[in-house]
Design a protein around this ligand. Structure first.
Ligand code: GAP
Length: 454
């Protein structure tokens, strides 16, 4: 066990081999920074999103849900500042024909030898930086005509601001309250890469929390704590998680304070989630551009104000990647190398594998009966192909926390063996207690076995 064994290459290779994530359009040579999620990847990312919804909705009574359109009125992006300000500075090299982010020249790779970095030799011929808007353009209607330009949303947040009024009017929500949304966003990133860390099409999990202006700082602190706790409770090792406050020159155009929750990826400390105090920037801007009032009148005091907004903004793909990296481990069992994903059971794509020890003597029949009962309660798999050790290894590699083995004794006394992925402990459990026992384990507090003993 150790940190040194995890590399991005190993994660990419495991993801492809075990069907978590594939390069998109691979039969056509691939399309840069676009990935498709395979079976186990879908299950893992769904679990990440489900845990986010659970924390936002089920465990609170001050947050409600939304699913807004990807294409909004083009004016929304004028008001939000994205048309003018959602840009990255870009330079081209006329010699190697590559394009770089001006603020990330250091660390970029030049396309021509012997130069390693853009600007390093006299051969490099860099243009002046120019601002490049990251929004994807499309057209509304089949014909591209003047006025038909629209944009794929670069963040899910704006859909929430555009619907704010509905929640006041019809759902009778009163600040402080939040609106949560999970969905695809699109950014024409100049330097995407590092697998699913930075893609042009990705999923966000965002929540806008509307508060009386005087309470903004207090709620900002509240959400910093809540969001960090979410990652920790889902098993991210505390020494791989940190909070970093943005310096004034890093702040987005809408933000008066932002702190990032960062994770120590194999590529170094990187943002997992941003928590921003957006003030009244968005509601005021949309009120001005649309002509609608987007303020709130407190019926008790008569006070009228534009709520301030605290926004925890996370990425579902990036969180799933962090959970994968944090879980990846290699060890030795009986002299053989094992690759294992030590995922929190709630995140594991499959919770339990049901395995008859041999393919005869009535064991497969009983195993299928057990599988039929378990799959009603949790994501389960049945596997009877190959030696039992090999089948365990397959499940370890996709992070399945428990293996249930049916052996000759099971047919006599209706007990089974439950093997634990991490401790390798094997417990004998009566069949009629099995589902309850696994559900108990699923809900129990969990700590990564990769953490040093406390
Ligand atoms: N509404 C605020 C906002 O969008 P952001 O920091 O640009 O803030 C929030 O994005 C989160 O979305 C990031 O912390 C990251 O997890 C995820 N994210 C942003 N760009 C991404 C990309 N190109 N690929 C994958 N995830 C991305």
């Amino acid at each position: 066990m150790g940190d040194d064994i995890v590399t991005m290459d190993k994660i990419v290779s495991l993801c492809k081999r075990r069907g978590f994530v594939f390069p998109s359009s691979e039969i056509y040579g691939g399309i840069g920074s676009s990935y498709d999620y395979g079976h186990y990847g879908v299950l893992l990312k769904n679990n990440v999103k489900a845990q986010w919804w659970r924390a936002m909705l089920q465990e609170r009574d001050d947050v409600v849900a939304l699913d807004s359109a990807i294409i909004q009125h083009p004016k929304a992006w004028e008001a939000s500042g994205h048309l003018a300000g959602f840009t990255d500075p870009l330079v081209d090299c006329r010699t190697c024909k590559l394009r770089f982010r001006a603020d990330q020249l250091q660390g970029s790779q030049c396309g021509r030898k012997p130069s390693k970095a853009p600007g390093e030799t006299a051969d490099c011929d860099l243009t002046d930086p120019r601002e490049f808007n990251l929004m994807f353009q499309t057209t509304i209607g089949p014909v591209a005509a003047e006025g038909s330009t629209a944009y794929l949303r670069p963040e899910t947040a704006q859909g929430i601001f555009l619907n704010f009024k509905h929640y006041l009017q019809f759902s009778r929500k009163r600040p402080p309250f939040g609106i949560a949304q999970v969905g695809k966003s699109f950014r024409n990133e100049i330097t995407p890469g590092n697998f699913t860390f930075r893609m042009r099409e990705f999923e966000q999990m965002e929540m806008e929390f509307f508060v009386p202006p005087a309470e903004a700082t207090q709620w900002f602190e509240h959400w910093l704590g809540e969001r960090e706790r979410w990652y920790r409770e889902l098993g991210i090792r505390p020494d791989h998680l940190r909070l970093r406050a943005h310096a004034a020159d890093e702040l987005s155009h809408y933000s008066s304070a932002t702190s990032d929750i960062e994770y120590l990826f194999p590529i170094g400390w990187q943002e997992l989630e941003g928590i921003a105090n957006r003030g009244d920037f968005d509601l005021s801007a949309h009120a001005e551009h649309s002509g609608e009032r987007l303020d709130y009148v407190d019926s008790a005091t008569g006070e009228r104000y534009v709520p301030h907004v605290i926004e925890p903004a996370a990425g579902a793909d990036r969180a799933a990647l962090a959970f994968l990296v944090d879980a990846y481990d290699e060890d030795q069992i009986e002299g053989e190398k094992r690759t294992v994903l030590r995922l929190h059971p709630l995140l594991a794509p499959v919770k339990v594998a049901v395995l008859p020890l041999v393919r005869k003597d009535g064991q497969p029949e009983l195993a299928r009966e057990v599988y039929g009962a378990l799959r009603n309660r949790m994501q389960s798999e049945y596997d009877e192909g190959g030696a039992i050790g090999r089948r365990y290894r397959r499940q370890d590699e996709i992070g399945t926390p428990w293996g249930v083995t049916i052996d000759h004794r099971s047919l006599q006394d209706r007990t089974v063996t439950v093997r634990d992925r991490d401790s390798l402990a094997q417990d004998r459990v009566p069949l009629d207690e099995l589902a309850d026992e696994l559900e108990r384990r699923l809900r129990a507090p969990w700590r990564s076995p990769k953490c040093p003993p406390s």
